[in-house]
Design a protein around this ligand. Structure first.
Ligand SMILES: Cc1cc2nc3c(=O)[nH]c(=O)nc-3n(C[C@H](O)[C@H](O)[C@H](O)COP(=O)(O)OP(=O)(O)OC[C@H]3O[C@@H](n4cnc5c(N)ncnc54)[C@H](O)[C@@H]3O)c2cc1C
Length: 306
């Protein structure tokens, strides 16, 4: 059932106050989903899974927000507790045949990676352990951790095409993956399933850390709280965004209740009460200062929805 004027503040991990003019919680019935989308065809649409890569830069979304997962989005990630998070009960489901992993959009990518690692099915995918969010969110944004990106093992996705209203497959050749981007960001598809080749040897760079190093990195180098992870893309390996932000003295700099983390300068954060305007002002300030000082244009990695 479509609801009107719904508070969606908690659907983005920044928790900026926001409402949706129309709101629909996907109830696993594709035919019903198609009906709803057709009814609201002329309005803008916004798809939300766990909301760990979304900044709502509006007070009211004048369109239809579709929440695609059941998971409660109280994702105030507390990496100080990460070792116990690692030991939590894991419920993810997937199927694996001839090294092809088939997994539905709503599964937590970290849980899938953790099972594959613990059961000696894929050592390589341990790099995704600790990555918040769903399989779909990771595919849409070509998520990457420690030199391994979604595109390196991706085979195809099953999607609902919002122009034809058919369920179809999009293979790697048509997925147009680039740095934190893909064809799936075009708002033309809802990702329903993804297939990965676990035998693939592709990667951006080799990575030798063991699981404890990964956990230590997530706990000690990344802040807990209301963020969407790294806010800007890294312009290059020599010039990571955190370094540029530190060099323009914005580490730990605050505008009202928004700030760049003291622990990791590329983590734009809210204390839980920041308004979207505070976050956007801080983002603009960082872009201006880095451009002025280094002639480098910082590009957001987080999806900013106006
Ligand atoms: C603490 C922290 C650490 C992080 N570390 C990393 C990291 O190391 N590497 C990295 O790459 N990212 C990182 N991120 C960002 C984030 O975790 C990933 O981008 C994640 O894959 C997003 O998944 P999600 O389910 O939350 O997607 P959402 O934020 O809900 O959505 C992301 C995008 O995908 C779209 N979308 C979601 N579901 C669907 C669907 N089924 N069909 C079509 N479109 C859909 C949304 O509209 C949106 O544009 C981090 C975030 C946090 C908070």
């Amino acid at each position: 059932m479509v609801k009107q004027n719904v508070d969606i503040t908690n659907l983005s991990n920044f928790h900026t106050p926001a409402k949706a003019r129309y709101f629909y919680k996907f109830d696993w019935d594709i035919n019903q989903l198609v009906k709803v989308i057709k009814k609201f065809q002329n309005l803008p649409k916004l798809f939300v899974s766990w909301g760990t890569n979304l900044l709502f830069a509006f007070d009211i979304f004048d369109g239809l927000v579709i929440k695609l997962t059941d998971y409660p989005v109280n994702t105030n990630y507390n990496f100080e507790n990460y070792p116990s998070y690692f030991n939590k009960e894991i419920k993810a489901k997937f199927s694996l045949q001839d090294n092809v992993l088939e997994v539905s959009w709503f599964e937590n990518i970290s849980d899938v990676a953790e099972i594959l690692f613990k059961e000696n099915l894929s050592d390589k995918r341990k790099r995704f352990i600790g990555l918040p969010g769903t399989i779909a969110g990771a595919v849409v944004g070509n998520a990457g951790c420690f030199g391994l990106e979604i595109q390196h093992t991706f085979l195809k996705a099953e999607v609902l095409n919002l122009e034809t209203f058919q369920v179809e497959e999009v293979p790697l050749e048509k997925a147009s993956f680039t740095y934190r981007n893909s064809i799936f960001k075009s708002w033309k598809y809802i990702v329903l399933k993804a297939y990965f080749d676990l035998s693939s040897t592709k990667e951006k760079y080799p990575f030798e850390w063991d699981i404890q190093d990964i956990i230590t990195f997530r706990t000690q180098k990344q802040p807990s709280g209301y963020s969407c992870g790294s806010f800007f893309k890294n312009p290059s390996r020599e010039n990571p965004a955190w370094k540029l932000i530190e060099e323009v003295w914005l580490k730990w700099y605050k505008i009202w209740w928004a700030f760049f983390s003291e622990k990791h300068a590329n983590f734009l954060m809210s204390d839980g009460t920041a308004k979207w305007q505070d976050l956007i002002n801080l983002k603009n300030l960082a872009q201006d200062l880095v451009k002025h000082n280094f002639w480098i244009q910082l590009e957001p990695e987080v999806n900013i929805i106006n």
